[in-house]
Design a protein around this ligand. Structure first.
Ligand SMILES: NC(=O)c1ccc[n+]([C@@H]2O[C@H](COP(=O)([O-])OP(=O)(O)OC[C@H]3O[C@@H](n4cnc5c(N)ncnc54)[C@H](O)[C@@H]3O)[C@@H](O)[C@H]2O)c1
Length: 394
């Protein structure tokens, strides 16, 4: 029941309660709420302010009834009082706090003392998931979305680095928040849980960046069926799973708020536009990703969900290329892949020369493309190359 409330009621409630700007909300289902019987007991909680308004829902037969009950109660509420209550208590489920931003939710649920400045960025109070956000492109993207005011879910299978990343983002006292969710994007249940955790913590979902990816290069002779499956599961199936569970929340939001646009963005690669020698398992999955993007875009545009891929060139400054022990520059130097190169700098210079812009792709280049896609309401199903001129569309 609680799971279904999180998946089927919270994103709808977020839109039902919002007026000019869209709210954030959070369900706290801690043990303390299980024994509460009436409004008085909620008012006695130390963090609930005297002037706070509370809506009580005590019919919890099934989620669709909870939702229709909420719809009726909220419209009556609006006629009599302010346009949304500060809290909604749902019997046997927990306490939901509603506010314009996530820092206020923390305060209202007794998690943090409020001392923050309101985010004024281009993504202020939007809710975003970035998969593979513990390092590389994903970490950089998460950081820049956070700087633009978005609430960001750092979703990764690397728990240690992912948690560090979320903590690092939360340090500046802004009104948006980040939190870490452990996920394996190739596992359906894990992705479904990631999306549910986002709805429970922030109330819904406006943007998912399907970024987590793996690369194991190899010729037909070298590539084992197991490695091929592993890469396909993360790079190709992982994107399908992200789109499947994210779009369910986005569709629900679209049902309750007209013309509310949301985005599914896949971080693809220039290898999704052009074959890659002895790297077919990667290129094949990325080509397939563009097929998914075009097909999802057709299916989801009626719900104002835009679906696009971004195809970056090589991120030379990231760990995949520059890790001093296992980065591709070191590997290529040792393997003598670049004829005559005697140092990492010479290997790097060889690859930079192949880019008309004379340098590798940076996080900022990718984020500019992300911002273009989000702010554009008339673009879907595209694969946007960000390659410094190395790959051009036909
Ligand atoms: N690095 C490049 O040059 C480059 C160029 C073009 C496109 N890309 C694409 O950008 C994306 C990110 O690449 P990167 O180079 O930053 O990679 P990276 O290896 O630096 O980081 C990838 C992150 O994804 C996480 N991850 C991997 N598999 C996962 C799974 N199954 N579930 C959850 N998390 C998982 C890792 O823990 C890591 O934090 C990938 O989709 C990649 O194909 C990279």
């Amino acid at each position: 029941m609680r799971d279904t409330i999180v998946k089927k009621v919270l994103p709808a409630l977020r839109m039902l309660a919002s007026r000019d700007s869209v709210l954030t909300l959070r369900l706290d289902d801690s043990e303390i709420y299980s024994t509460i019987q009436d409004e008085e007991e909620i008012r006695n909680l130390p963090f609930v302010q005297e002037e706070s308004t509370i809506l009580m829902v005590d019919e919890t037969i099934e989620p669709s009834i909870v939702l229709s009950d909420l719809e009726v109660k909220l419209s009556m509420w609006r006629e009599e009082r302010s346009y949304y209550p500060d809290y909604i208590w749902i019997k046997e489920i927990g306490l939901i706090a509603l506010a314009p931003n996530a820092a206020q939710l923390d305060e209202m649920l007794g998690k943090e003392e409020g001392d923050y400045s309101i985010s004024l960025g281009r993504l202020a109070d939007k809710i975003a998931i970035v998969t593979g956000a513990a390092m590389g492109f994903g970490a950089g993207i998460a950081e820049m979305l956070f700087q633009e005011g978005a609430n960001v879910v750092i979703a990764d299978w690397n728990e240690e680095e992912g948690n560090k990343m979320a903590q690092q983002l939360n340090q500046p006292a802004t009104s948006n928040r980040a939190f870490f969710v452990k996920v394996d994007v190739s596992d359906a249940e894990s992705v479904e849980n990631m999306v549910a955790a986002t709805s429970k913590h922030f109330g819904g979902l406006d943007l998912i960046i399907s970024n987590a990816g793996v690369l194991r290069a190899g010729s037909l002779e070298e590539m084992t069926p197991e490695t091929f499956d592993f890469m396909t599961d993360v790079n190709y199936k992982g994107y399908f799973l992200c789109a499947k569970y994210a779009s369910a929340v986005m569709k629900l939001q679209a049902k309750y708020r007209k013309n509310y646009f949301t985005d599914i963005i896949q971080i693809n690669s220039k290898s999704g536009l052009k074959g890659s020698n002895k790297n077919f398992a990667y290129a094949g999955g990325k080509f397939g990703g563009i097929g998914l993007t075009q097909s999802f875009a057709l299916e989801l545009m009626p719900y104002q969900i835009k679906v696009n891929s971004i195809c970056p060139g090589n991120f030379f400054e990231g760990p995949l290329w520059s890790d001093p022990e296992k980065g591709l520059f070191v590997q290529y130097l040792k393997a003598g892949k670049v004829p005559g190169a005697r140092s990492i700098e010479e290997v790097k210079a060889f690859y930079e020369e192949q880019v008309p812009a004379g340098r590798g792709c940076r996080v900022k280049d990718v984020v500019r493309a992300i911002m273009y896609i989000i702010e554009q309401e008339y673009e879907t199903g595209q694969a946007v190359p960000v390659t410094g001129g190395q790959n051009m569309l036909n």
